[in-house]
Structure formats: C-alpha cells, structure tokens
Ligand binder design. Sequence first.
Ligand SMILES: C[S@@+](CC[C@H](N)C(=O)[O-])C[C@H]1O[C@@H](n2cnc3c(N)ncnc32)[C@H](O)[C@@H]1O
Length: 364
Amino acid sequence: MIDSLNQLGSTDGMVDYNENSLAQQQNANRHASTIRNLAEQVSTLSNRLNITDYGCGPGQSAIETVRPALDVWSNNTSSKHISVCHADQPGNDWNALINLAFGPDGYMSATHVPQVRTSVGSFYGRLMPDRSVTLATCFAASHWLSKSIRLDAPGTIWFADLTGENRKKMWQQAQSDWRNFLRLRAEEIQSGGYLLVSTLGSVPEPGEINGIAASGRGIYRALQHVTAEMTDEGRLDRKTADSFVFGLWFMTSEEARGSIENDALLADAFEVDTLDAANADESGDLFSTYINQPAEYAHKYAGYVRAFACSTLRSHLFAPSAKTDDEIDGLETDFFDRLETLYREKTSAYAFEQWFMTIILRRK
Ligand SMILES: C[S@@+](CC[C@H](N)C(=O)[O-])C[C@H]1O[C@@H](n2cnc3c(N)ncnc32)[C@H](O)[C@@H]1O
C-alpha cells in the first residue's frame, strides 16, 4: 500500500467560487433561522459577542452565514461589543470577501457596525484566542481532511467507494481530523457558546458499496469516469491516477456522534444538541431546473464541479501527469470538457444528491 500523506492542503485555491456555489448559498440560507436562534441563546453570555465562521470561503455565503447573528445582536444588545471573524486558509480570496462584506449586499449598515476580523490558517490549528468565540459556524468545509492521502486504490478517486484496508485507513485520518477540529474549537468557544457545523453526510443504503449512500456520489463517479478514460488513453499517469483519492469524508450520523461520545475530552467539553444526517427536501438534483436543456445542464455541472475540484485535481492528478504548466492547463481543459460532455450525454445519471449533516454542539 502506498502510504504517503501529501502536505499540500486538500482545497488550496478554489476558483470562480461565488459564481458556482449555488448549493453552499442555499445551505447558508437554509440555516438562517437556526443561526438566529443560537445567536439569541448566547446573547447574554458576555459583553463581547463574537461569531467566527471557519472555512468561510470568499463568497456571498460567508456573508449570509454571519448576517442572522449580527442582526440579532445588533438589534437586541446594542451596548455590547460585537465582532465577526472570517477564518480560512491563506489562498482564500480575502479581497473578494471583504469587498462583499462592506459592499451593498454586505452586513455593514447604520445599525450594524461589527468589528470585522480575519483569521488566516487551517482550522486544524488554533485560529482564535482562548474562549473568545460565542458562536462558531463551519459550513461546507469540515469534510476536507487536513492532508491529501495516497492509497493503492485503482478504480476510484473518492472515499465512499473504497473498501477494506483502504477504507479503514482513510476513516482513521478522517476521524482523527474531526476530533482534532473539535478539540481546537473547544479551546476557542466560551462556556455556553455553540458550534454549528453544516456539511454533507452519508446515510445507510442497503445495496450500495459499504451499505452507505454518500453525498455527491454522482459527481465523484463522473469524475472517476473521466479520470479512467484519460488514464486509459495515456493522458494521465496511471500510477498517479491509481493512488489519487479526494481528501474528504462525508460522515454518517453514527461516525460523527461516536467520534464525540467515545472521546473522553470531547464528551466532557461538548453537549450534543443536534446531530443528524438526513435527506433534506432540497436534496435531489442541484440543477434539475435545467434538465430539459442538456447543454445548459452540463455547463452548470461542469462549472460547479470545477469550482471545488479543480485545484485538487491540478495539484494531485494533472501536475504529476505533466511536464510543463501548459500541459497542466491542457489537461484541465480536456478533463472539464469531457466532464461537460458526459453530463450533456448522461444528464441526471450523475446528478448531485446531498444528504445534509447538521451538528450543533454546546460548549459546557
Ligand atoms: C466549499 S467551501 C465553503 C465556503 C463557505 N463556508 C460556504 O459555505 O460557501 C470550503 C472552504 O473550506 C476551506 N477549508 C478547507 N479546508 C480548510 C482548513 N483546513 N482550514 C480552513 N479552511 C479550510 C476552503 O479554503 C474553502 O474556502
């Protein structure tokens, strides 16, 4: 088994995020009332109220995630010091984010003047001072592992289709990362504060590989289809393709809960308020409205997938298969052209299904 843990971040440098993050924006809006409720519950905890959004990204969803808390705090507790912190990796488009925050669709107004901060680094390290966060959010980010993993896994590029030792090895990394993420947040969130994690999950499904249906199975199987096609044609290096797996894991409810309850430190630090991977109403095909226009449907999917997957594919699949930057660019163009063709021809056979995982933890 090849066992190298690559030090490159798993999501460095996403592209075209705001244009291609429909699912993330819908998800932020879906949680607005939950964020409002949590903000109300914590508003009496201290004179300094802080919302920190971990893995905020560069887009409008980062604004919509913090806006409900700022609305509540600005209206109810105007004498308090209110701050918002956007936390993400160095490669995030910070200029885009700050422009949005201070722009016409941002959260600054005559009544809302929170102190705005950024914290730059990995959420697998400390990002905020001890017990300084009143309400922590993490949307569509915590499923990315701390490192990309290489395995001897020909035939699949994603975790849910791994079996045996490969699956075990990847879960060990995923569970260790999840626990580490929570231990760090336990140090940063004040007593009585909340952590809201919204991510994609997996649900039991008899008949599926490993008996689990994982969010995005259509998308990742489409990516695998194109990877196999380009590898068979010699466009991608076979050794690289056979060992490449996306560095992410969508947990089942049991995996997420067990990791907390069977860890003395975490069980002591957090009370589980909500923990649920369920098939939300919005689940199904993200671009179903375009299903009768295959070209538009395919274009939407290719753009959406490119926004979150391109940097990973460039670093871990295209670069090791190429000699020059031009060749890497050529592989990228070829790959996403083929993906678009696949979606145009097969449409909903590779639809994006989502099982949303919502986790709310109260810091004891
Ligand atoms: C799909 S985007 C989600 C952004 C935003 N929260 C949303 O819901 O639209 C995932 C984000 O997680 C960030 N991310 C991934 N791994 C991270 C890590 N280890 N530390 C901090 N941020 C990370 C990425 O940089 C990216 O901005």
